[in-house]
Design a protein around this ligand. Sequence first.
Ligand SMILES: Nc1ncnc2c1ncn2[C@@H]1O[C@H](COP(=O)(O)OP(=O)(O)OP(=O)(O)O)[C@@H](O)[C@H]1O
Ligand SMILES: [Mg+2]
Length: 335
Amino acid sequence: MTEVARQHEPGPVIEVAGLEKTFRVGLLGRQVEAVRGISFSLQPGRVLGYLGPNGAGKTTSIKCMLGLIQPSRGEIRFFGRFHRDPLARARIGYLPEHPYFYDYLKPTEVLDYAGRLYGVPAAIRKRRIGELLERLGLGHAMDRTLRGFSKGMLQRVGIAQSLISDPDLLIYDEPLSGLDPIGRKELRDLLAELRRAGKTLFITSHVLGDIETLCDEVVILRRGEAVAAGRLEDLLRRDLLESAATLRTPDAGAADALVGRFGDGVTVQQRGDGTLVLRLPSARVFELTQAAAALGAELVELHPVRDTLEELFVRKALAVESGDDTAASARPEAT
Ligand SMILES: Nc1ncnc2c1ncn2[C@@H]1O[C@H](COP(=O)(O)OP(=O)(O)OP(=O)(O)O)[C@@H](O)[C@H]1O
Ligand SMILES: [Mg+2]
């Protein structure tokens, strides 16, 4: 993991084209369309957030990509090779959604076994196991059996295991789920470190904001379809056209006057502490501060409203619902 950033070979690390997966469930074979035509690609050294609410199709996509289940349709390539090609698979580290380990094993044994499977030579294996367990904060628990490990500790064992072969591509299914705030922060730092080391990362999350700062690009899924895909800087509105102003008004009359003048078509929120939050076009902020001063109102806080993945998702999802396909169309190539 501490290896220096390597030179990337040309060409995408992941290519997914028209991926579909339909499950048949129950005696009558009812169809569940878990993934409905997803396409994207990911270049070396980039971090892709594969996001969407519960049941959106994230884990199903990963299982198809890794060849754990058979896709109904579509093509998947890793490093330009067919996705089931062992040469491609050998370069991938995977953290499942619910990592499962035999609880009578110790972390060192789990990692040693994984290292053997990947054909990591004994001397390198030994060194790397020590390094990884230390880096993941498991040094103190190295020789304890996994029985009694907390969820966060098991998650770290899973991550250490995914790194034992020093892979180029990491596919992590909900790496932050079930972790406490400190665990999440530590894991985010680790993911950032892996990115700096030149790894390509594919990370899923159902909490859109969780990995926002880490991703270069995203695919946002909803009911098996991509409602948004591409580079974050292209998808999020960076122009900060709106601002949120929090005001403390001397009386109800002043509040009404401000809402009457600036509240038209903007979000007004009366807080429990009596303050008023107005979300308005940034171009009108100066006018608002002058009007507030004239009415004896105090400007408590003023900040630009930043676009978030959460808002992007709501925008796109609503656009799909209202049939506005132009707003919802996802660029298939997230390169
Ligand atoms: N083996 C299966 N048989 C039938 N339906 C399945 C199977 N696996 C997944 N599904 C269905 O496919 C859809 C997508 O599930 P998937 O696990 O891929 O979602 P997810 O995005 O990973 O959700 P989460 O955030 O909860 O992990 C769901 O409706 C789920 O019920
Ligand atoms: Mg899942």
